[in-house]
Ligand binder design. Sequence first.
Ligand code: SF4
Ligand code: SF4
Length: 117
Amino acid sequence: MSEEKKDTHKNDPIWIDTMKCKSCGDCVFACPYGVLVMKKNPKSLDGETVFVLHPDYCIGACKMCVRVCPEPCAIHLKEITEFVFPKKSDVALAREKEKEETRLRSIELRRGEGEGE
Ligand code: SF4
Ligand code: SF4
């Protein structure tokens, strides 16, 4: 990593190296706190790039984004030495709500199928 890049991002808890990122979006869905989003970018081959929307919500320690990323060194996390109390962004809360609604719908469907037998 170049010293210039390191220096530019020295205060960021997380940053993405757009030269290495393949815009797959896996990190966006892996982050439990909604730190990352996909954003339209006409300059990108896929028309989208990952964007750090809520850097202050990153707790650093979970590293779920890094674990799922297929590109080594695309995601950079600052070493966080203090405990960061987890908060969830609106994106994360909306995603959880959607998951919960899908779960409840599938329970209702299964119950309906059971009653019809
Ligand atoms: S380290 Fe955890 S909280 Fe921070 S962006 Fe990655 S998955 Fe989200
Ligand atoms: S998982 Fe890695 S390659 Fe995929 S969008 Fe995130 S940073 Fe880019």
